[in-house]
Ligand binder design. Structure first.
Ligand code: NI
Length: 142
């Protein structure tokens, strides 16, 4: 793929906003303002893409549940088998005697991924479920 040429453009905003931006740029260790703003733009584009629903996204679904709850694990496994095309990998962590954490790496159409996350989170006994959305990387060439 051809190198993504840098385009210069100017922005106008309140001075107090720029001072806070510069303080954040320093605190987070960015090389410059442009790098920080580009990161913010990418973060919003990822969210926008996820909300539109049609585009392909990657992400993780994290679930915490008590594995002693009757049928809970079987239900989660059934749902996962119904969506094997979306689930790339699963990591299971035994947090303590009762609690398990499962982290599913997912990839697919945004609306399908969100539906899967909602179904898993809604299973009775799941204490917390969260979908974290990221890019597949394709829309942001280096
Ligand atoms: Ni476990």
């Amino acid at each position: 793929m051809a190198k993504d040429a840098v385009t210069r453009f100017s922005l106008s905003m309140a001075g107090s906003l720029v001072r806070q931006l510069d303080a954040m740029v320093r605190a987070k260790g960015y090389a410059n303002r442009s790098q920080a703003v580009a990161d913010m733009v990418r973060a919003h584009l990822v969210e926008h893409r996820a909300q539109k629903g049609k585009g392909e996204i990657a992400g993780t679904i994290t679930l915490v549940y008590d594995h002693h709850k009757r049928d809970l694990q079987a239900q989660l496994t059934d749902i996962q088998h119904d969506h094997e095309g979306l689930i790339v990998s699963v990591m299971h962590v035994h947090l303590d005697h009762h609690n398990c954490m499962e982290v599913l790496a997912v990839r697919g159409r945004a609306e399908s991924v969100k539906k899967l996350a909602d179904r898993l989170t809604a299973v009775k006994g799941v204490k917390h479920g969260k979908l974290t959305v990221t890019t597949t990387g394709k829309e942001f060439p280096a």
